[in-house]
Design a protein around this ligand. Sequence first.
Ligand SMILES: [Zn+2]
Length: 564
Amino acid sequence: MEVLDYDGAGDCFYEPVDLNNPAVLMQGGLDPSESDPRFHQQMVYAVAMKTIENFDRALGHPLRLAGVGRKAAAYPRLRLFPHAFYGANAFYSRDLNAILFGYFHADSSNPGPNLPGQTVFTCLSHDVIVHEMTHALVDRLRPLFLEPTNEDVLAFHEAFADIVALFQHFSFSDVLREYIQRTRGDIRTPSPLVELARQFGYATGSGKALRSCLGVEGAKLSPSVLEPHDRGALLVAAVFDGFYKTYQKRIYDLIRIATGGTGQLPAGDLHPDLVNRIAGEAARTAQRVLEMCIRAFEYLPPVDVDFGDFLRALITADYELVPADPDLRDAMIEAFRNRGIYPAAVTSLAEESLLWPTPNLPAFGADTTWRLQDIFFQAIRSFDTGGWTSSVTLPPEPQSQVAEEDQGEEFRPDLNAAFAKQLAGYASLNAAALGLDSKPPNKIQVRGFHPVFRVAPNGKLLVELVAQFAQQDVRERRTLGGVPFRGGATVIASAEGEVRYLISKPFDRQGGAQVAERAHARYQRQLRFISSADARNPKTPYMSSDEYDQRIAALASFSALHGG
Ligand SMILES: [Zn+2]
């Protein structure tokens, strides 16, 4: 990752901060200053790193920030531009492998706590930085989530970016204690703790923070809510509700002790010791929810995600790590139900029916399993960034880049070529069970794989391989507004090569009865999504034929999504 301080509006570079300078190191970094661009650079860097740390820790493997896709291959590092342009916006661009932060003048008539016309820098907003970083990280984990194939896909991208920003608030202990004292422990009271991008929201003249995570009381997911931020807000609210319920349960004993059993807090300030203990519980619960949400990525399909998939992934991820502690999972299930978010094709909302199924798939072959050990060993080495030297001769560089040219689409998965080939062979042999189709001209792509290491609270080390497969029907691209019809599967295997979970989005509409039916239903849903998007877009009848062919793909532009 690198911070490049090029000011697009002023066409100039600002002097870069040297965070290794002894004078800067001695005071623990530059002091906050709105007028010093070097502080802006430091802020962007620090908050971005904290977000990456949270992902790396929760996922149990380090994420790579090299560019995704053909155009960004030239940029091996994610680039952060704190003063990229003039405008009340900030966005992640995949093609530039960059996050561009804008700056603007606060509204002159209704600037909130800002001065009228004051320069407001989006790069000084913790929430804006985390939100954009999360878009960039999600794009590494699931690049195909930028293809709007149903009404939840882009909403999920937006919601997830807000969820990470929200739960990172709880790691600032001074702020947390202050608001616990002010709200007397009821963190559902509107405050900067549960609102996002306050300065930005007020400065644009809206008279409020950009977004609140509380959601509208009693609001439920409905087919008519289609704008990605509005739809995403319901998912954020559901996760917050689940968090809040768990938090309340965890502080209940503290309140009872503090009130001699009545549960009624006396008037006036809370005792600082009580505030400390409540803040500790809030921070721990928030961190666990954040890690649960990030870990859920390992259990998401590679394509066509919806909110119900996310609930199932959350439950499976948490169950895998702490099977004996269902409180948080129960609270999440309840909260999702209250927001009207239901997974498709489950028989009930009980934990065991929400867990992804263990499929009837054969274990990996002996040669694949053998290479798997090698992959795990290489991954263990990569944890040691200090440059571990060993007398053992190690295998050559683990990550050779393979470019796959497939039906006009090029992508560069970050993987070991020989192992990828074996996985591709496995997928093609078991295509029917994966819901995919290996008959030419259809081809199954290995979209990526990585080992996962996690330590459960009981000290148990969990080692698994996550592999993603996907394929597309190229004939349909034009009729579907530039977004192909895709199918895919995420396969979770143990270190011994036994397949433990299968998360499948069936592709083969001519295959076995059950697969064909589900694949067909997905196809129909994609068509319905396109007609509803067309109905909402007044420009549709006036598009050129090129624009028309790409109109659905064009929805997934973050600069447009975040604008205004
Ligand atoms: Zn966003």
